[in-house]
Design a protein around this ligand. Structure first.
Ligand code: NAD
Ligand code: UGA
Length: 462
């Protein structure tokens, strides 16, 4: 029976996942460690509303378990030493240098964890890959552990995470499935069983799937590729809808009622964002290419090409509709996060739309209910399209949606926050330049209502 767990990486996955394990398994001590001192300090903030990740329902769970059997710490060695099972939940971003630049997953953080575990471990450990990894990474981890370790035994499991941000708590409490990959030998099967036993505290046994390690690793990349592909597929149709008078919402509804297709993930948008879809597909493309499977690689790469096109054409359409010039015009952004109910902005479509509009000298004013000013400038500066002072001049951040929209020529809806639907749109209209445009990148608002007020309203795909 596992009594002590360590998780390396206190991010969007490590934090929430371990909070749920701690809540559901009060007999297990769970320590989440990270090199980032500020992040750990925030997880330990006495005011539980200040934890670094916003997810509905998460702060209450942290409040319940923290200090009882859930701990956040920067003492990585100590936590590794004490644990019987170690989850690796560090980031695996796209490589920005060297071979595979712009495509392959950068595994340096994973390798550092493996080396640290090997150095510190004095007793047998089960090492669990929680991060999303290229297929066959477990063999690299095993090689490092076995060759640099102190002679103790390691079992490597793959246990990819399928939670989506904004619904992390729901997804963790009632997952569609939990996937655990491990070796087929006796020790491997024992390790699998000890992880199954942890999840079995709240997940029905028939939803805990066990496979070999490679299937588990590859299933995670495959799941994200399929999900992103659906978004790109409906987005491809959205452009055709705009040309033909079809309405993408009606098309999505009509095809979604076919039980073979299903209704989820058919919402047309300004493009998918988030830290994972693009990075995982690029990684898949890279893996396929490295095996010489060029047709496979090209097939999946098209999902990214379509997504980039969708973001670009949204910005282009704003410029074209505003009489081919946005220079000096105020354009209000409602939303900056990559989806509602999260403060995560990684790869958000809003960043790229803002970048394109700033290149045309627009004055962009952003309001997002959960994203702060520093983050917005960080995202924009990261693109290195222009000097940081230029970004500060061209884009400002408002904490009041009505002020953000006042005197604007156009409003762009970039995130589907529910609160946008409840705004006083008549009041917003009255304070805008005329004609007042709304470009709805999320199909969020009510077309009829807005047109009755006087807005020129355009939604993706209709
Ligand atoms: P994140 O960047 O939010 O968190 C990773 C954390 O790991 C950071 O706080 C970083 O400081 C820490 N870290 C890196 N190297 C370390 C080391 N050597 N020692 C200690 N700490 C270290 O990343 P995330 O969003 O939680 O994603 C983690 C992994 O999970 C990725 O592989 C991602 O693809 C995968 N994933 C993410 C999501 C999601 O919704 N974000 C969902 C499923 C899977
Ligand atoms: C996604 C997957 O859904 C998770 O299963 C997976 O664990 C995670 O990636 C990961 O590996 O990181 P996430 O990126 O948090 O989760 O959020 P999604 O709900 O998948 O949304 C991704 C993007 O697609 C968002 O920008 C969203 O607005 C967009 N989207 C989603 C659409 O444009 N249309 C849709 O119908 C659905």
């Amino acid at each position: 029976m596992i009594k002590n767990i360590c998780c390396i990486g206190a991010g969007y996955v490590g934090g929430p996942t371990m909070a749920i394990i701690a809540q559901k398994c009060p007999g297990i001590k769970v320590t989440v460690v990270d090199l980032n001192e500020k992040r750990i300090a925030d997880w330990n903030d006495p005011n539980v509303d200040n934890i670094p990740i916003y997810e509905p329902g998460l702060s209450a769970i942290v409040a319940e378990a923290r200090g009882r059997n859930l701990f956040f710490s920067t003492e990585v060695d100590k936590a590794i030493d004490e644990a019987e099972m170690i989850f690796i939940s560090v980031n695996t971003p796209t490589k920005t240098y060297g071979v595979g630049k712009g495509m392959a997953a950068d595994l340096k953080y994973i390798e550092l964890c493996a080396r640290q575990i090997a150095r510190v471990a004095k007793t047998d450990k089960i090492v669990v890959e929680k991060s999303t990894l290229p297929v066959r990474t477990a063999s690299a981890i095993k090689s490092i552990l076995d060759h640099t370790g102190n002679g103790v035994k390691f079992q490597i499991l793959s246990n990819p995470e399928f939670l989506a941000e904004g619904t992390a708590v729901e997804d963790l409490l009632a997952p569609d499935r939990v996937l655990i990959g491990g070796d087929s030998n006796e020790d491997g099967q024992k390790a699998i069983q000890s992880l199954v036993n942890i999840y079995a505290n709240w997940v029905p046994k028939e939803q805990i799937l066990t496979t070999n390690v490679w299937s588990s690793e590859l299933s995670k990349l495959t799941a994200n590729a399929f999900l992103a592909q659906r978004v790109s597929s409906i987005n491809a149709m959205s452009e055709l809808c705009e040309k033909t008078g079809a309405d993408v919402n009606e098309v999505a509804r009509a095809i979604g009622m076919d039980s073979r297709i299903g209704s989820k993930f058919l919402k047309s948008s300004v493009g998918f964002g988030g830290s994972c879809f693009q990075k995982d597909i690029l990684n898949l493309v890279y893996i396929a290419k490295s095996y010489g499977l060029n047709e496979v690689a090209d097939y999946w790469e098209q999902v990214i090409i379509m997504n980039d096109h969708q973001k670009r054409r949204f910005a282009k359409n704003i410029i074209k509709t505003l009489y081919n010039t946005v220079s000096g015009k105020k354009i209000a952004f409602l939303g900056w996060a990559f989806k509602k109910d999260t403060n995560d902005t990684r790869e958000s479509a809003a960043i790229y739309v803002a970048d394109d509009l700033l290149a045309e000298q627009a004055n962009v004013v952003v309001f997002d209910p959960k994203v702060n000013e520093n983050q917005i400038y960080y995202d924009l500066n990261y693109l290195e399209s222009r000097a940081e002072e230029e970004n500060k001049k061209g884009l400002t951040v408002s904490t009041d949606p009505y002020a953000a929209c006042k005197d604007a020529h156009a409003i762009a809806i970039l995130t589907e926050w529910d609160e946008f639907k409840t705004y006083d749109w008549q009041k917003i209209y009255n304070q805008m330049q005329k004609p007042a445009f709304v470009f709805d990148g999320r199909n969020l608002l009510n077309k009829k209502e807005l047109e009755q007020i006087g807005f020129v309203y355009q939604a993706i795909g209709s």
